[in-house]
Design a protein around this ligand. Structure first.
Ligand code: GLU
Length: 445
């Protein structure tokens, strides 16, 4: 059933034992894409049977990270649904009932307070994965380590909690899950789960395992490669739209010309059958590029809302300006800075003169040469094109003068930087009075 159908029900089933990591966010996103592509349902199920390591705080962070990424769910512990409860710790009776049933049918046995499922030899538990293709496994392969004995599957542990391989089958079946989409590290669990489906007399869902995500050195992505949790990217100034776009491209592509896209576009184009099994490499350059493109395309006021927190964090007094002024400044910056944080750093001079002073002290500046030029400049209307033309006229009237002899000191005095958007455009946005104040401070007028 890989074709589009609104019967499609997929789930993201995180264990709340940590923040939402890149791998988890990727899995959640692919499930979301498939559900939205098919007009089906995306379910959030919390797998909190590891009572010691699971916390409500992690559950909350995972959910808020999903919200940040724009991955909304249709059923889940917070909003309910027809197939709940959606937290495994609230389903313990269900797991016990089915385990007892398996014991009564002779398919499982008790060992103290634990319940163990019997693995019978000679069973073909091969399956066809939508991404990885045919995976051939015989139950005889499920052996105890270094032994000929088949390894039976613990389904209820002695502390009464279900094991992952068992609870996942019960839940995926009772929640009517049609496609199990998860990381490739679960391929080896799948045959065991298939045995349990069969023993319970249930139809086996489709499986689509997602490729592993590697660092640039081709090793499994880990802390060594930099930030691993989704929130760290938010804090670095990456935008949810770009993180979404970037994660979607790990193991999937909509075609070469479709690199920058929105959520609805991705949902429209997404195909499970186009997910590759080749491990995907987490490439920061690509993430930066994608983020930059999204920053450029943003509505000015939305862009402002992304950048403002970083100005505030840098101690700049954003409240002394209105939003239109700040948004216009950033529109002029568009294309500069790959993250909202970088954009805030590159544009601090629009918010305050203080960082300019901290960067530049006007050492070695020939003020006497500049004064008549600025006096002339201030006699014109304060519009970028007019100022630029006036500067050109001035330069051509001076023997041997070059534009940069004037434009560079002006840029330094206004921005404290070597590179900026067109200096006359910067001057126009800052306004005549603010420009005068800055040039006066440096004794250039
Ligand atoms: N709780 C499991 C995990 O986080 C879910 C795996 C699955 O999707 O079956 O790895």
């Amino acid at each position: 059933m890989t074709e589009k159908s609104d019967k499609v029900r997929v789930r993201f089933a995180p264990s709340p034992t940590g923040a939402l990591h890149i791998g988890g966010g990727h899995t959640a996103l692919f499930n979301w894409l498939w559900a939205r592509h098919c007009g089906g349902k995306f379910i959030l199920r919390i797998e909190d049977t590891d009572l010691e390591r699971s916390t409500k705080e992690y559950e909350q962070t995972i959910m808020s990270c999903m919200v940040w990424l724009g991955l909304d769910w249709d059923e889940g512990p917070d909003i309910g649904g027809n197939y709940g409860p959606y937290r495994q710790s609230d389903r313990l009776d269900i797991y016990r009932d089915y385990a007892e049933k398996l014991v009564n049918e002779g398919k499982a046995y008790k060992d103290g307070s634990a319940i163990i499922f019997k693995v019978e030899p000679g069973q073909d538990i091969s399956f066809k994965d939508i991404v990885y293709g045919q995976i051939d496994v015989m139950s005889d392969g499920l052996r105890e380590k270094d032994s000929d004995k088949l390894k039976d599957i613990v389904i209820i542990k002695s502390d009464g909690m279900p094991t992952y391989n068992y609870a996942v089958v019960i839940d995926d079946h009772l929640m009517n899950i049609t496609h199990v989409i998860r990381g490739e590290d679960h391929i080896s669990n799948t045959p065991k789960q298939i045995l349990l489906y069969r023993a319970l007399g249930w139809e086996v869902p489709e499986f689509a395992h997602l490729p592993m995500i590697l660092g640039r050195d081709k090793k499994k992505l880990s802390k060594r490669h930099g930030a691993t949790s989704i929130y760290e990217y938010r804090d670095m100034g990456y935008m949810p739209d770009s993180m979404f776009n970037f994660l979607a491209l790990l193991g999937w592509s909509a075609g070469d010309d479709k690199e920058i896209f929105t959520r609805p576009q991705a949902a429209e184009w997404f195909e499970l059958s186009r997910v590759t099994r080749k491990a995907a490499v987490f490439d920061f350059d690509k993430l930066n590029h994608i983020n930059q493109e999204h920053l450029k395309a943003l509505d000015p006021l939305v862009r402002l809302s992304m950048v403002k927190p970083f100005w505030i964090e840098a101690g700049l007094d954003v409240d002394s300006h209105d939003d239109k002024y700040l948004a216009d400044s950033l529109t002029l910056m568009a294309g500069r800075g790959q993250t909202a944080k970088e954009m805030a750093e590159f544009s601090d001079y629009f918010v305050s003169f203080e960082p300019v002073k901290a960067r530049w002290n006007a050492e070695g500046i020939d003020r006497e040469k500049l004064k008549p030029f600025f006096a002339d400049l201030f006699s014109h209307e304060w519009k970028a094109e007019i100022l630029e033309q006036a500067a050109r006229d001035w330069v051509s009237s001076q023997e041997g003068a070059k534009m940069k002899d004037y434009a560079m000191p002006l840029r330094f005095a206004l921005t404290g930087m070597k590179v900026s958007p067109g200096v006359f455009e910067v001057a126009e946005i800052l306004g005549r009075d603010e420009c005068r104040r800055r040039l006066e401070f440096y004794g250039m007028i």
